[in-house]
Design a protein around this ligand. Structure first.
Ligand code: MN
Length: 254
């Protein structure tokens, strides 16, 4: 089993170390991850600049490649950096912070998995539902359970699994839920500040607005203490809208 790990918090983030510990004995595990934090860069790729990559060691042992680019760059570049290593599975994470609801659109963590899917590799994104006091050991335990299950069961074609873990000790996690992506999103709050030269600048923050869009969403499941597993595809076609647009005169006779 060849497993490629990536993330968007950067190769030095504790989340990818926790993921590595979770899966290291499941096969040949390699890491290609951003050299610096790339949270919320979505599916950006680097075209106008060169992309640097260098090997990184941890505790005196080779750990992986740090890439001066985005999560999607990392997965694309893995083919060059790891000749002959065709992943059986790509796992991205473990992200510090949830990737539920509309956050999925902005997520670099999910985009690394999407890039894996585009390249034809079964892919999983794993995120932890907290920004503070992460329980990495618990997260690592549940990430492993999901990865083992995906290895055993496989994933349907053109499907990545977006996993969000509650930040709870294992005995308080209530189980697993198959979910759909919710519509809840972060509502931005801009902190207006002044730099030492008197210029105004802004710092974007925000709070998750829980839209209460019902049972069965990723947000509801993880908030209720379940591990949320959402199948995601990169086909953005809104199929249920096709009949309505098909009635437009310009599409008649096509
Ligand atoms: Mn992140």
């Amino acid at each position: 089993m060849k497993i490629l790990l990536c993330n968007d918090d950067g190769i030095h983030a504790p989340g990818i170390a926790a993921l590595y510990e979770a899966v290291r004995d499941l096969g040949d595990v390699r890491i290609v991850a951003p050299a610096a934090e790339q949270s919320a860069v979505g599916h950006a790729i680097t075209l106008a600049n060169p992309i640097k990559a260098h090997p990184v060691e941890k505790n005196g042992r080779p750990f992986g490649f740090a890439v001066g680019g985005t999560p999607a760059d990392c997965v694309k570049l893995s083919g060059e950096l790891l000749p002959g290593f065709r992943p059986d599975l790509v796992v991205s994470g473990i992200n510090l912070g949830p990737n539920t609801g509309i956050s999925v659109i902005y997520s670099g963590t999910v985009s690394a998995a999407t890039e894996g899917l585009i390249l034809g590799y079964p892919s999983i994104a794993v995120s932890l539902n907290t920004f503070q006091h992460p329980l990495w050991e618990s997260a690592s335990h549940f990430a492993r359970l999901v990865v083992e299950t995906v290895i055993r069961q496989g994933l349907p074609p053109d499907t990545l699994l977006n996993v969000n873990l509650p930040n709870l000790p294992p005995d308080q996690v209530r189980g697993f839920r198959l979910t759909r992506m919710g519509r809840s999103r972060f509502v931005e709050e801009f902190d207006r500040r002044t730099d030492p030269r008197g210029n105004t600048y802004f710092w974007m923050g925000g709070k998750m607005e829980l839209l209460g869009d019902g049972e069965g969403t990723d947000v509801a499941a993880v908030e209720a203490g379940y591990v949320s597993c959402t199948p995601i595809s990169f086909d953005l076609t809104h199929r249920t809208a096709l009949p309505a647009l098909g009635a437009w005169p310009m599409f008649k006779g096509a």
